[in-house]
Each structure stands twice: as structure tokens, then as C-alpha cells.
Write a protein that binds this ligand. Structure first.
Ligand code: ADP
Ligand code: ZN
Length: 217
């Protein structure tokens, strides 16, 4: 199963992707995670991406396309993959198509997670991340047991630079301008399945499974 998760920042793509990984044992490929790791490690890729990410802007297409081109060739993608956060622009979607054709694969489904913009701002501003293990919490929705500390490892929680309100506005604008057109793009290809990204994680996951028409294993 070769899957794309589409949706605005804060729609819960990452959470849903992780739930898919656990159930179907296919890898999650998150360009956001790959880029954040590169920034943290200070690699050449990280240096290229850092300034864009901190401002909430998209990293240039050629950079992320290069990442994906390499990643999709790895043997663990043979049974399928879940793309989370890629493609985000029309040129990225076209490049993906070309890469997949080259390696004899194609996209099976594109799941679009819909959430209204005000809800997104509320979700994103409350998000807190563990410095140590990357665990995610949320002040109103999923607070840690002890304020400021990670439930899993006790690490310090912080607000990601790109989760600050002004940056969030930029990210949402970037989404509207560059990523939203992909909904139509995949609709035309008859690959799009839309679900409502409201309610609990499990409810959203059930909708996912329903539109994908796959049985839980
Ligand atoms: P979110 O979906 O919550 O905005 P991500 O973790 O997916 O967060 O992405 C964080 C940042 O990484 C983006 O704001 C952008 O700067 C960069 N990024 C991730 N994926 C892409 C992509 N496909 N194209 C361009 N930039 C990307
Ligand atoms: Zn932690």
C-alpha cells in the first residue's frame, strides 16, 4: 500500500501515520522529521533547511525532492510506504510521479485530512515537544501528567520555533497557497479520499481505514 497523507499543518498527519505504521508495518516517510533531524545534527541538508523552517516557509522543492528520491529506493519501501508532509507543492507532486514511475511504483491512495483553520491555530499554538525524545503533548488536549515534563522520559518540554503564533500563520498561508491545490490535483487523478480530522485519534483512524478499504490486521 503506497499512501500519501495530505492536510494542513496540525491536521494530525503525523499521528495517523504512526498508527498506520503500527498496524501495517510499512514505513512512515516524513519530510518534516527528516529535515528536523538534519537541522539538529547540523548536516549540510540541515544548514540548507534551517532558515526556511524557522520562518514557517517551505524548503525549496529540489531539496525535498532529493530526499524523497533517495528514501523511496530503500528496501523497506518495497511493501509500501506512507508519505507524511510530501508532496506539498505541485512540482513536488509531479516529481514524485516521475520518481515512482522510474522505480516501477505508483500511489494507491491519497488521504486528505480536513480541519478548519481556527481549530488548526488552536492546536498548533498549544503543542509542546520533548527536547529529549521528541514526544508530543498539547496544553488543552493532551497535557503531560507533570507540567513541563515528558510523560515518557521526564525530558523538558518546549515550544518548537515553528509552533509560535506568527510562524503558524505563515505555515497556514503556505499551505493555502502551495499545498491546497494538490487536493484538486489528486481528485483529478481519482486518488483522493477525504476524511474529517476532528474527534479522537482513534475515530480519525477508523475513518482512514474505512476509506482505504483495508481490514485491520
Ligand atoms: P507541519 O505539517 O506541522 O507544518 P512538518 O513537520 O511536516 O510540519 O514540516 C515542518 C517544516 O518542514 C515545514 O514548515 C517546512 O519548512 C519543512 N517541510 C517539510 N516537508 C516539506 C516539503 N515537502 N516541502 C517543503 N518544505 C517542507
Ligand atoms: Zn520525552
Amino acid at each position: 500500500m503506497n499512501l500519501i497523507l495530505l492536510g494542513p499543518p496540525g491536521a494530525g498527519k503525523g499521528t495517523q501515520a504512526q498508527m498506520m505504521v503500527e498496524r501495517y508495518h510499512i514505513p512512515q516517510i516524513s519530510t518534516g522529521d527528516i529535515l528536523r533531524t538534519a537541522v539538529k545534527e547540523g548536516t549540510a541538508l540541515g544548514k540548507q533547511a534551517k532558515a526556511f523552517m524557522e520562518k514557517g516557509q517551505l524548503v525549496p522543492d529540489e531539496v525535498v525532492i532529493g530526499i524523497i528520491d533517495e528514501r523511496l529506493r530503500a528496501p523497506d519501501c518495497n511493501a509500501g510506504f506512507i508519505l507524511d508532509g510530501f508532496p506539498r507543492t505541485t512540482p513536488q507532486a509531479e516529481a514524485l510521479q516521475a520518481i515512482l514511475t522510474k522505480i516501477g511504483k505508483s500511489v494507491d491512495h491519497v488521504v486528505n485530512i480536513e480541519v478548519d483553520p481556527e481549530e488548526l491555530v488552536r492546536r498548533l499554538t498549544g503543542r509542546r515537544t520533548c527536547k529529549n525524545c521528541g514526544g508530543m503533548f498539547h496544553t488543552p488536549f493532551h497535557p503531560p501528567r507533570k507540567e513541563g515534563a515528558c510523560d515518557r522520559c521526564g525530558g523538558t518540554l518546549y515550544q518548537r520555533e515553528d509552533d509560535k503564533e506568527e510562524t503558524i500563520r505563515t505555515r497556514l498561508k503556505e499551505y493555502e497557497r502551495q499545498t491546497f491545490p494538490l487536493i484538486q490535483y489528486y481528485q483529478r487523478k481519482k486518488l483522493l479520499r477525504s476524511i474529517q480530522g476532528v474527534g479522537g485519534q482513534n475515530q480519525i483512524f477508523e475513518q482512514m481505514i474505512r476509506v482505504l478499504d483495508v481490514r485491520p490486521v
